[in-house]
Write a protein that binds this ligand. Sequence first.
Ligand SMILES: [Mn+2]
Length: 285
Amino acid sequence: MIPFGGVSMRAGTPARITVVPCGFEVSTTFYQGTRFGPRRLLEASTEMELFDLELGFSPWDGGITTLEEPPLSDSAGPVVDALASVIGEQLDAGLFPLLLGGEHTVAVGGARAVAPRVPGVGFLHVDAHADYRFTYHDNPLNHACAARRLSELGPVVMAGIRSVSAEEWDELRASSDIAVFPAHELRERGWQARVVDALPPVVYLTLDLDGLDPSVIPGVGNPEPGGIGWNEFIILLHELFENRRVVGADICELRPIPGSPQSESAAARIAQRICGLHLRQIHGR
Ligand SMILES: [Mn+2]
């Protein structure tokens, strides 16, 4: 696998962040292609400036390693288990895991690694879809159930939701461990602080890229209009890392559109900013 940013870690740099690609895709229901997401994101990351102008440094100076993909399988169980294991090893080594999907199911692997190691961890779930079905097509590890599985491990705060079934919505409103910020309630300036305020002190971020508006990232499996804009999302990331300890993250559901690098370029920039914000958090820069 191409290393994130196209650069291998410099000798002597302490490792801080591990990028874990996982193009798992089995239960995708609409346009397929998220299996190519991690590879295209990593390729796009080699085409961008490594210096982050807004942060004033290059996160690649700070010790980022990219792992090979874990073995993929036709069923989600073994892949989720493999991810939980490899991400658990990174957490035990004091590293920040950044998981690249693949369908949103991979987030369950990240969450199952984090939950037993980080007491009280909560999940920030950015997505167009609630992903709150108990099971879908008889599969509890379908991508449409991702947030439901996370909610079994800790409190969940959802932001950007605009596609939900009536049953999911009834259940979400009845749950005291879940706060939902639908996209139509994110129109006022400063909404990011309200979302972060709803989170516990320690957070794992799960980002389904369709949480952003398809004008920013059209390359997703289930695009929904009315999503979070680029600058609004960057403000959310900053608000999150400035006010909460973030222990890991995933970026899911990138479905590259052949001939248009827009989506993977935006996703690579998000990955870069997450790495930079993590380094700033641990180094206090
Ligand atoms: Mn989604």
